[in-house]
Design a protein around this ligand. Sequence first.
Ligand SMILES: Cc1cc2nc3c(=O)[nH]c(=O)nc-3n(C[C@H](O)[C@H](O)[C@H](O)COP(=O)(O)OP(=O)(O)OC[C@H]3O[C@@H](n4cnc5c(N)ncnc54)[C@H](O)[C@@H]3O)c2cc1C
Length: 409
Amino acid sequence: MSTKDQRVLIAGGGPVGLLCAWLLARRGIAVRLFDENEGLQTDQRAATTHPATLDLLQEDGLAEDMARVGLVAPVFQFWDRPSGELVAQFDHAVLAADTRHPYVVQCEQFKTAKLLRERLAALPHAEITFGHAAVDVRQTGARVELDVRGPQGITTHVGAYLIGADGGRSTVRKQCDIAFEGFTWPERFVVLSTPYDFEAGRGYCYRSYFADPGAWCNCFKVSADGPPGLWRTVFPTEPGESDADILSDAGVQARLNKFFPAPQPYPVVHRNLYVTHQRVAARFRYGRVLLAGDAAHVNNPIGGMGLNGGIQDAVNLVDKLARIVQGGESERLLDLYDLQRRTVAIEFVQEQSIANKKRLEAADPEQRQRNLDELRATAADAARARAFLLRTAMIASQRRAERIALEDA
Ligand SMILES: Cc1cc2nc3c(=O)[nH]c(=O)nc-3n(C[C@H](O)[C@H](O)[C@H](O)COP(=O)(O)OP(=O)(O)OC[C@H]3O[C@@H](n4cnc5c(N)ncnc54)[C@H](O)[C@@H]3O)c2cc1C
């Protein structure tokens, strides 16, 4: 096969597509990536990058660069909103023997994408094309064909494999008729960013979770354009609330004041509304087409696991593609990718993110009490705290994936 036939096509230049492109090109494999946007997105979504993910981003000092442009957050807290009590605090230091990064890095995903884009620019066999949308996919024997719509109309591109990293509404996934199984939450999630300093003003750490009957809040800090940084608060909306009411000045201030009463209005610099789903693709491999990131799985953001899962997909997939393309190993490795990553998406990310939400929003007084008592008891017991952190830090899911062998696929 010619180099062109061996190249890997990628649909989607979010953080997952860019990471796949960079890791493949670093190994000498030609890649061609298409993104429908005109450039990188200035995306306010993900920030939290967990220890297990940082451990995978060692090449070329990427994890260190993310910490440099982001914030290091070793602890996180659970608070009870009605009583104002600090219920539990967890310190990643207890994972010192389990990870090289016993902390979380809060690095906004547009910064991670920018770091990857800069690295890709130095690699000759990585072609990145913005303003081009993947519209159709065909597979014929030893190659895959991708139709892409750009300013000049539709063009067809040929490769050995196609990675669909084109986000939750993935055209690649739809073109391959792969079901996206799961459900959509009835409430939406509103993200409000403010320069108000919740640490100095209220003693909250950089990642603080608030339980409240029928509601909840995540409050965390990002470095934004540099000191003093921004605090992001995430809340559920009420059923039936209109977008205009949610995003109005009055709506925004009422929401913030319910959780964090203040004499002055909060300055609010971003207000974004998200529909949130819990869905996993029925398969991550369809012949020469592989799904990764949000194209393969989506979940609510409580616990910050969506992009982490996508990065873990990318590292896992690139390792296997390189072994096939360069090492002549069996394509069955791609079934192993499917099994490893799909298993942990279901058993860990879906399960944990749903449990995180239910724990914070529990309205029944006895259930609430049990949840808070459980958190207190877990934080107070070193062995239980470590087991809890192994899951939240996504180390347990990585270990689970590694235990799944080719014979299981
Ligand atoms: C409020 C919120 C907070 C979050 N916080 C966290 C967090 O702290 N930690 C965490 O791990 N995750 C978090 N997430 C989840 C995280 O944002 C996503 O998991 C992440 O964006 C997935 O990256 P991706 O590259 O797979 O997809 P995307 O970021 O969605 O990128 C997809 C790319 O594909 C392009 N595209 C789409 N269709 C086409 C097409 N047909 N052809 C070509 N290109 C196409 C798009 O332009 C886009 O650039 C959060 C999500 C939300 C909503």
